[in-house]
Structures are given as C-alpha cells and as structure tokens.
Design a binder for this molecule. Sequence first.
Ligand code: ADP
Ligand code: ZN
Length: 596
Amino acid sequence: MKNNQNKDNNNKKSYIVGIILFIILIVVSIASYMLLNKDKEKEEEYPYTQLITDINEGSVEKIEMTVGSTTVKVKLVGEEKEKTAIIPSTQAFIELIQDKKEQGIEFELNQKPANVITKIASNIFSLIPTIMMVALFILIFKMQGLGEKGKVYDGTENNTNVKFDDVAGLEEEKQELVEIVDFLKDPKRFQKMGAKIPKGVLLCGKPGTGKTLIAKAIAGEAGVPFISMSGSEFIEMFAGLGASRVRKLFEKAKRISPCIVFIDEIDAIGARRTSGGGAESENNQTLNQLLVEMDGFETDQTVIVLAATNRPEMLDKALLRPGRFDRQIMIAPPDLKGREEILKIHSKEKKFAEDLDLKNIAEDTAGFTGAELANVLNEAAIIATIKKHNEIEKQDLEEAVKKVTVGLEKTSRVISEKDKKLTAYHEAGHAIVSKFLETSLPVKEVSIIPRGLAGGYTMYRTNEDKFYISKTEMEEKLIALLGGRAAEKLALDDISTGASNDIEVATNIAKDMITVYGMSDKLGPISLKTDDPYQMNILGQNIEDVIGEEVKELIDVAYQKAQYILKENMQTLHAVAQVLLEKEVISEKEFNSFFE
Ligand code: ADP
Ligand code: ZN
C-alpha cells in the first residue's frame, strides 16, 4: 500500500513538472513568435510572387541571401531601399534563380554566410513545434500511466480479505464458483484428473448487484491476487493503447499466477466488432487482443478471467466461445430474503435501536441492489447522526429509503405559491389516477416537499419481486405516469416542465413494449431492439416509422385515459391538492379516506 502511494506521489510530481514545462514552452514560443514578427512588421511587405514577377521582368538589381535563412534582401533597379521577401525554400529558390540566369536575366546574387546567432535562433524557433509535440506526448502518456493500470490486491489476508460470507444471498452462484476457488487453491489436483476448468466466467447483472464483490471473494477464498481493470480504461485516445494495455494486463497475470483477472464493464470493449474505422477499429483491436490473450494461456497457467457486464447481448459472439467466456452466471437483484441478509451484513458495524426490524426495510425495498441497500444503511447512520439520535431508529431508516429512491428532502428551497399549487395538482393527479387502476400498487405517501430533482413525489408500496410484468400493467403504468401532466392540464389549464421525467420514463416504457417485449398488435412479437442495419432491412424500410406510430399511440391513449379518470374525479382532485397545499404530505390512510 505504502509503495503504491509513493508511486502515486512521484507520478503526481512528474505530472506537475510536465505541466509547468509545457506552459513555459508555450509562453516561450508565443514570445519568440511575437518578437520575430515585430521585426518583420518594420519592413515593407514584399510578397514572394511579386519578387518572381520582378525577376522575370528584369527589374531586380541585387539579391542578398543568408545561408540557412528563408528571408532574402532584394534591391530593385532604380530604388534606394532594400526590400525583404520570404522565400518558401532556399534550395528551390537558388535553383530558380540559376534557371533565370541561364535564361539571360541579369542581376547580382550575394550569398552571405549565416549569422550564427540568428541561425541558432531561427533553428530553435523552427524546432519549437516539434519540442511541443514531444512534450505533449510525454505528458499524455504520463497522465495515462498515472497509477499502474490493473490494481493488484495482494491476495494476502489483509488485502482482498473478502470472503464468500461477505456476499449475502447468491447461494447458488457461490456454489457454482466454489470449484474455481478449489482449482486456484490446488490446480495440480484438477490437472492430474484431466479436468478442464473454465478460463473465463461472465457475470451478468445490473450495476451494484455484487459482481465485483463476488469476484473479489473468489480471490479472497483462494488466497490469490486479484487484478482488476475496467473496460472503459481500455478505451483510449490513441490507437493501439487499448490493445497494449490488454497485453500488459495478461503479462502481469501470467507473471503472478495463480490469480484472478477481473474486467469490469467488458461491454465497453467486447461489443460486437464492426467494420467501421477510427474509434471503432481501435475497439476491434482491443477486443482482438483480448481474444488472443484468452486463447493464449496454457492449462498450467492458472489464471481465471472474470468479467462483468449488464448487457451480455451486446457482446461479440466470439467472446462467448468455448475456451473464452464460456460460462455465464446471472447475478439478479436480491429477493426479499437476500435483501434482509444484505442489510444484516452491512448493519454489523452500525448502531441500531433494538426493536428495529430489518425485515420491514427489506419489504420496502423491492428491486434495490446490494449497493443501494448498503447505501440506505449508510444514509440512515448519517441521518441519525445529524438528528442527534443515540442509535439508528426506524424513522431514520425510512427517511434513508426515501432519500435513496427520490433524493434528499430540500428544506431550504423557497418555493413560490404558484409552483406549490402546480406540484400539488401534479402529484394529486398521479395518486388519484393510480387509485383507479387495477394493477397499480397502493399509494403510500403523496408529498409536495421537494426531493432531489423532483418538486414532489408520489410513493407507492412495493410489492414482492416478480419476474414478469403484463401488458395491462405496463399500459396502466403509463396512465399513472401521465396522471401528473393530465392534472396540471385539467385543473390549471396549463402544463409545465415538472412532468419531464414522467414523460421520459413513459416514453421508454412504451418503446420497450413495442421493441423489446413485442407487445404491438401491428408488429407482433418480434424483437426490434436491433440496430443492425442488415436485420432492419429484413424488417422493412418503414419499420422505424411504424415503431414511432405505435409508441405515440400507446402514449396518446394513456394520456387520454388519465384525463378521463381525473375528469370523473375533479372534486377529489381539488380536495387532495388542497390538503397537500396545507399539509405538504398525505399518508396512505389519509389518502384512502378521500375515496370512502
Ligand atoms: P457490481 O460490481 O455488480 O456493480 P459491486 O460488487 O461493486 O457491484 O457492489 C457494490 C457494493 O454493494 C459492494 O461493495 C457491497 O458493499 C454491496 N453489495 C452488493 N451486493 C452485495 C451482496 N450480495 N452482499 C453484500 N453486499 C453487497
Ligand atoms: Zn410526476
């Protein structure tokens, strides 16, 4: 650790020195450029083309050249003052005048030896761009090299001391990975038996589901080093760097094997290869290098490559072939039991009130990833501290869940009465519309207290995790989302920017319904999320128009339905908005009492 820090510091120093040198160079070059130009300004401008014309016409009396200089002094017939012209190249100019002389044009040519000082100055001046380029390159390479790429965690107990016990839930996944741990611990045993162990394992799942954690746990359990790099780190400005970085990563892995190589966000380099040029072909190179490396190591090199992605369907098929990432493990967000376990693990070092039931929190956080749950507990501890509680209480946790889902309450923001009214109707609109939808979850809280970017929010109860969502549910979700905008329109006869997020979410859902889930009657159950031009061609030229029409149709219908529900319940809308304006928050019970 200490060594690494020293290295970082050294790197930082040379980085700062580099920047200073670079600035000095720029200043010097600007200054010298200005000085040289100042000299020129004094003289009358005499263009090169004019000089050639004058030579051809025989009106030149004398030309004075200095060796190594690109300026020449010219005296014209019958003129007192000498003129200075800039010639493009000395060599070419001498050839040209010799030609002219052969053609019989007469003038005097004086070649002076170089003035040493001006020569050096002009040489330095002409070198400046080169020096600057070199300096720039060095600087950029330094910056890229900052901190060695591919961090090695020592694998000793005090470094990657993550164990399977630190990974909550994911029991089956852990079981699948135990064999890799055993292999890393004692590869010979497997080799004697002739068993083939996967070289690459692809972990697929949303960010924060614990992919990195489980990879570290494998290294920790086996007691081997863990080298990690993120796919985005391979994507560099300069051609070839991505590929060389892959090569270096694997060189190191082979050197310190047995070990785990972890490539996060592999889709950044592993996306399907394309035929394009530029950044794309650079990407292809990096991917090709990765394929070469994966194929390259021998069975006696115990390097296991783990990679993580949220979009396995994007990956180049070549990556998934046998001998590469031929094993895939899905890491799903935790279910109820998993969430409770994750909460338990992360609550270990925190001080909780005794009556606190983590199960309740697990119930309220369906769909949360492990990272979000860890975040909730941390936020709860912060909130409890700020509120000067002796320990983390139930209300702190509930507040933390809200903070993580909708953002932090903004008590300091002053809101105009007009904005408040708009928000009140908007949120009342969401809530009331939801009440009349069969598949909608019950409203848990409606509020016009701003949180994060939202001016207010309508919170729903979460239900237990389900895997499938029906078309009706999605259609009704659209209606609930557009309920806010519909209420603004009906009650205030104006619409606002406050609905922008709702509209974005609704549009994405509608698009997915058509293109991912095949829920369009017109298009039928085909996956249209492809951007492969070949496949799009098979589907027909106007397929994108039809997708657009279908998305619009879904949204239009949902917006009309939302308006219809609210029109039928205008009195309730006014009433709920009124109470919101008075109290700012309405609980589930209060909200339901409007409908009794
Ligand atoms: P990913 O690599 O999938 O994006 P990470 O492994 O980086 O996710 O998870 C981020 C953090 O979330 C972890 O460091 C850990 O604190 C927490 N976490 C995620 N999943 C779990 C889990 N199953 N058990 C315990 N903690 C988890
Ligand atoms: Zn809204």
